[in-house]
Design a binder for this molecule. Structure first.
Ligand SMILES: NC(=O)C1=CN([C@@H]2O[C@H](COP(=O)(O)OP(=O)(O)OC[C@H]3O[C@@H](n4cnc5c(N)ncnc54)[C@H](O)[C@@H]3O)[C@@H](O)[C@H]2O)C=CC1
Ligand SMILES: O=C(O)C(=O)COP(=O)(O)O
Length: 530
């Protein structure tokens, strides 16, 4: 079996693959068409963030069985296309967290003491001692956006530097943050109170452009902003204006909306109060050895023994179990994603009830898939079919499973209640026929919906004209409705309408829907990939 390493990988990873008996070719920096020409002869592909694994490339990869990412981010992989081709995609989400947190702290100190600017000035033959007056970080407040793996390590390092640490992470229970000495606050409060702000969230629908003109206008005029997470979480145009007009004191970016970035497409690179690195967050020999070792072992285990670890698109179960509960694994993951998107506040408890014949089956992969689905909208590539239960435990979420012989009107049901700090929701699902997942209850509403693709969830009064108004509003915006389900609760005169649409609902369109008469609430859902 042959493995191609197409991005820079630490030699320890290559050694692990070779020692296992695999033939390894290292061929980095290939243009897409060059890669496409040779990919057909490989069983495995090892990448970092440079190689783009597109549907087009996968089309040419006739023998390919696995793509391994030495690191976390899979933004450069078309996971959906890989799943359709039966290619397993795996990553190594734990190997580079310390290193990336250290990079964020380095950026903070480099900004505080003007180290890059002073270096450039001295190399230009100057001795500008007065120009580069810095300031101490001791006693200052570090605001952390996203207090997950990397954010919490950054907090502990900052505490070591005698800084106060506050964080914004609406999905993290308060007690978990308090345990690590971090006060949880709202986004606006974080902007107003912090002297330094560092971002450690993945790029999701919620976090895209989270750091905007409004955010910068709330920051202190001498505060500094750092992003070593993902390009596009911060609006680069808004940052440019904030730095140019001295709305904030300085900024450092390791990640960009377009990578590789150049002075032509990134005007930030012209500013004196801007410091940057070319996506070096994970680039230390220690972190690279870690992720290379992990991915090398996972790929050889898979290619030689068929065992799947840390895969993002295949549950780690035997083919027998998959044949029995496979459709419920898909259903569980869909319900997980939907639960996270409709839930408000930090999740505290999950109750999963398996009913009917399901009660006698091996349901643990369904629970794992549910948890993976639950965390994917907020953690993206950092969650997979192996670490999802560990993430739940680390976040202090109680996962309770129960079984019942009775499944009501259906042969089997999966009924899941999620309690969050601001309320609870119940979703019940079943599988029709051999492989047709359906959502059959959402809280008090009975319905029959396929929880997949882009959707719009509407809560409305049960009066004539609502569906017509909705259809017209979506139609005017050019959005096609492919399915519609109405759930009715006669006692309360309340309905829900769940629509499947051909594209995601934009913020503007959602605002128009929310403004319609007799509509109490509406939200877009993204169940893509299911
Ligand atoms: N610059 C680089 O080279 C590297 C960048 N990264 C990136 O760093 C980021 C963080 O990684 P980890 O800490 O391992 O992830 P993680 O999954 O452990 O933590 C992410 C945190 O963000 C929070 N979050 C999600 N949506 C949020 C929102 N709307 N507002 C506030 N918080 C929100 C989650 O609740 C979670 O606590 C990822 O995007 C990752 O890809 C990771 C490694 C290297
Ligand atoms: O692991 C990640 O998500 C990273 O962003 C690191 O990217 P890299 O492997 O350095 O190209």
């Amino acid at each position: 079996m042959k493995v191609l390493v197409s991005d820079n990988l630490s030699p320890v990873g290559v050694k692990v693959l070779e020692d296992a008996g695999l033939k390894v070719d290292v061929n980095t920096g290939l243009a897409p068409d060059e890669l496409k020409k040779i990919i057909g002869s490989y069983d495995g592909l090892v990448i970092r963030s440079a190689t783009k694994v597109t549907a087009d490339l996968l089309e040419a990869a006739g023998k390919l069985k696995v793509v391994g990412r030495a690191g976390i981010g899979l933004d450069n992989v078309d996971i959906h296309a890989a799943s359709e081709k039966g290619v397993v995609v795996m990553n190594a989400p734990d190997g580079n967290a310390v290193t990336t947190a250290e990079h964020a702290i380095s950026m903070m100190l480099a900004l505080s003491r003007n180290i890059p600017q002073a270096t450039a000035s001295m190399k230009a033959g100057k001795w500008e001692k007065k120009k580069f007056m810095g300031r101490e970080v001791t006693g200052k407040t570090l605001g952390i956006i996203g207090i997950g793996r990397i954010g919490s390590i950054a907090a502990s390092r900052a505490q070591g530097l005698k800084m106060k640490t506050i964080a914004y992470d609406p999905h993290m229970p308060k007690e978990m943050a308090e345990k690590i000495g971090v006060e949880l606050v709202g986004l606006e409060e974080l902007a107003k109170r912090s002297d330094y702000i560092t971002v450690h969230v993945p790029k999701t629908k919620e976090t895209a452009n989270l750091v905007s003109t409004e955010f910068f206008s709330n920051m202190k005029p001498d505060a500094m902003f750092i992003d070593c997470a993902r390009g596009g979480v911060c609006d680069e145009e808004a940052l440019y204006v904030a730095l140019k007009e001295k709305v904030i004191g300085g900024a450092a970016l390791d990640v960009f909306a377009v990578e590789p970035t150049t002075p032509e497409n990134c005007p930030l690179l012209q500013l004196d109060n801007f410091v940057c690195t070319p996506h070096l967050g994970a680039s230390t020999s220690e972190a690279q050895d870690n992720v290379a070792l992990i991915i090398g072992r996972q790929i050889s285990d898979f290619l030689l023994n068929g065992s799947v670890t840390n895969a993002v698109n295949v549950p780690s179960v035997s083919s027998d179990v998959l044949a029995q509960v496979g459709p419920y694994i898909t259903l569980g993951e869909m319900l997980g994603s939907m639960h996270m998107q409709i839930s408000r506040g930090g999740i505290e408890e999950v109750n999963i009830e398996y009913s009917g014949e399901l009660a006698d089956m091996n349901t643990s992969p369904i629970t794992v898939a549910f948890l993976k689905g639950l965390f994917t909208p907020i953690l993206q590539d950092a969650v997979n079919y192996v670490n999802a239960p560990i993430i739940a435990k680390d976040r202090g979420i109680r996962v309770i499973e129960s079984r019942s012989d009775q499944a009501g009107d259906f042969t089997n049901t999966l009924s899941i209640k999620v309690k969050a700090s601001e309320g609870e929701n119940v979703l019940v699902g079943t599988v029709f026929g051999r492989n047709e997942p359906r959502l059959v209850r959402l809280n008090m509403f009975r319905l029959e919906a396929l929880p997949s693709g882009p959707m719009l969830l509407v809560f409305n009064k049960d009066v004539p004209g609502v569906i017509g108004d909705l259809g017209t509003t979506l139609g005017k915006a050019g959005v096609n409705i492919s399915r519609m389900t109405v759930g009715r609760e006669e006692a309360s005169n309340q309905n829900i309408i769940l629509l499947s649409t051909d594209q995601l609902i934009s913020r503007d369109l959602l605002a128009k829907v929310q403004a319609l008469k007799n509509i109490d609430a509406a939200q877009g859902l993204d169940l893509n990939g299911y």
